[in-house]
Design a protein around this ligand. Structure first.
Ligand code: GDP
Length: 194
């Protein structure tokens, strides 16, 4: 089965998105950053497996050491399953993502999400940026262009619909993500036929 991994900082809306696309009522429970085993779900009519991996990045009340071990777990999981992983969905909070990235960009620092994006590409896993909470955003195109730019994707963002998927998990508006993933699924099928 093609596997899809869902990644992202705490509080970006991963559980809400999981619930929306799987139909499972799925509660994270517990504190942010508590390592959860990857959860497997089938997605709609496709025999996808969606694997939710714990949040990363800033987690209040979580020790630095424990944060690092969560990151290491994620990296190991993705590396081990790279051959089976069709797409790596990085969920972003559309309202906060650019500020967070800019705050962590410097000579010696790469923001976690940008690092993760590069890591997926190195493993030849298609990264998809699920830009969530679009319902809170007024300047939609401007915001999406800024996000594209931060990931090295030349604006306008509309050129990157297989990589940038504006969604609102809470409102059940996840079409753009399903569409982006469908493109990667079809690419993978085509590659198999070669
Ligand atoms: P997780 O930590 O990444 O699993 O995030 P959750 O799914 O628990 O969501 C964190 C918070 O963001 C909750 O209060 C959600 O209701 C809210 N949230 C999730 N998706 C959306 C969305 O599309 N729009 C808005 N406005 N809020 C959302």
């Amino acid at each position: 089965d093609a596997e899809i991994v869902l990644l992202g900082r705490s509080n970006v809306g991963k559980s809400t998105l999981m619930r929306e696309i799987t139909g499972h009522d799925f509660t994270t429970g517990g504190k942010p950053g508590v390592t959860r085993q990857p959860n497997h779900y089938d997605w709609a009519s496709e025999s996808f497996v969606i694997t939710d991996l714990p949040g990363f990045g800033f987690m209040s009340g979580v020790e630095e050491e424990h944060r690092e071990s969560i990151k290491t777990d994620i990296v190991h999981y993705v590396e081990e399953h790279a051959d089976a992983i069709l797409a790596g969905v990085i969920v972003l909070d559309g309202k906060a993502a650019v500020d967070i990235i800019d705050r962590h960009s410097g000579e010696e620092e790469i923001p976690h999400t940008v690092e993760l994006y590069g890591f997926l590409r190195e493993l030849r896993i298609s990264p998809v940026l699920a830009v969530n909470k679009m319902d809170k955003i007024d300047d939609r195109d401007e915001r999406l262009n800024d996000i594209a730019d931060r990931f090295g994707l030349v604006p306008p963002w509309e050129q990157w619909r297989d990589t940038i998927a504006p969604i609102s998990a809470k409102r059940g508006d996840t079409d753009a993500l399903e569409e982006a993933i469908r493109v990667h699924l079809e690419d993978a099928k085509r590659d198999d036929l070669k």
